[in-house]
Ligand binder design. Structure first.
Ligand code: SF4
Length: 297
């Protein structure tokens, strides 16, 4: 059954609304449950019914484009301004900052490969741990962090080098497999399409879109991680909490100007790292507390 799109026309940003149950992250939830939202504000209400998937969502959004949330620009600009004065881990240790810039010693291919490795290590891992693991690989792999050095070392050694990151064993396997695929099928470079990147083991949509932006300087889509997913739902910019980050990406891309697709990720990731925490968000310090439907003190 396809996703059903409905819209409400009530006030979008009330000064205070009931924070709906669906605003809380619930990892045990699944698409098999109908999602409803009780907030008394205008929002894009997407109900994903039993047995549905998000695969048809993009087509539905194309056919019936949602109205951008009222006041979204005001909220966006307030968070952007606030973030200028708040340094978050993502600003210094985010994946887009970990690769070496191309130089006399670093080829563009190696720089892109390092970006891919950084992204692959980053899932379920804090930025400072990812940064330390990337640095470890730089120092311990023969010839530094590049595709050939990953292929040369055995998986156990690779696993030891990245042992602090989440799911390191699986990631060591994925790194070896991805490096082999890049060598054999992409002439030693990384794929230059989202589809190609997602065919690499362990690479999902978030990594693929971020990789296209950072490694290939191509703005193909929004990188939606847990922070972007959580915060945009709290702000009422989408109602996809239970449907997952891919549904969030599709909804955001349906109305957010393309020029913002790249910057929204680090902006909201840093906001989530410093203020809009998964639990106990610092709403009293928040620059958009008067406009956020999920504010709580
Ligand atoms: S910190 Fe609180 S008020 Fe600010 S965006 Fe998050 S939930 Fe809303």
């Amino acid at each position: 059954m396809s996703p059903r799109l409905t819209r409400t026309t009530s006030k979008y940003f009330s000064s205070k609304t009931n924070v709906p149950e669906t605003n809380k992250l619930n990892k045990s939830s699944s698409l098999s449950k109908t999602v409803t939202r009780k907030a008394t504000r205008k929002h894009i209400n997407i109900e994903i019914e039993e047995s549905s998937s998000v695969n048809n969502l993009e087509k539905r959004l194309d056919k019936e484009p949602p109205t951008p949330p009222t006041s979204w620009e005001e909220v966006y600009n307030a968070i952007k301004e606030y973030r200028k004065n708040i340094i978050a881990p993502v600003d210094t240790m985010g994946c887009e900052r970990l690769a070496d810039e191309p130089s006399d010693h670093i080829t563009p291919q190696t720089s892109r490969f390092q970006t891919l490795v950084s992204l692959m290590l980053s899932s379920q891992t804090k930025d400072h741990v990812t940064a330390a693991a990337v640095q470890n690989l730089r120092q311990k792999l023969p010839g530094g962090l590049n595709l050939d050095s990953i292929l040369q070392v055995d998986e156990k050694f690779l696993d030891e080098c990245i042992s602090k990151v989440g799911f390191h064993r699986k990631k060591a396997t994925y790194l070896k497999q991805s490096a082999k695929k890049c060598k054999e099928e992409y002439d030693g470079d990384i794929p230059n399409t989202v589809e190609g990147l997602m065919k690499l083991p362990g690479v999902g949509p978030k990594m693929a879109y971020l990789c296209m932006q950072v490694a290939w300087k191509q703005n193909e889509g929004i990188g939606v991680d847990v922070h972007v997913h959580r915060i945009t739902n709290r702000l009422g910019w989408c109602n996809t909490e239970q449907a997952g980050p891919e549904a969030t990406r599709k909804v955001l891309e349906s109305w957010l100007p393309r020029s913002l697709w790249r910057e929204i990720n680090p902006m909201l990731v840093g906001f989530g790292q410093t203020t809009c925490f998964p639990q106990y968000p610092k709403c009293s310090n928040c620059p958009v507390k008067k406009m956020c439907p999920s504010v709580s003190f």
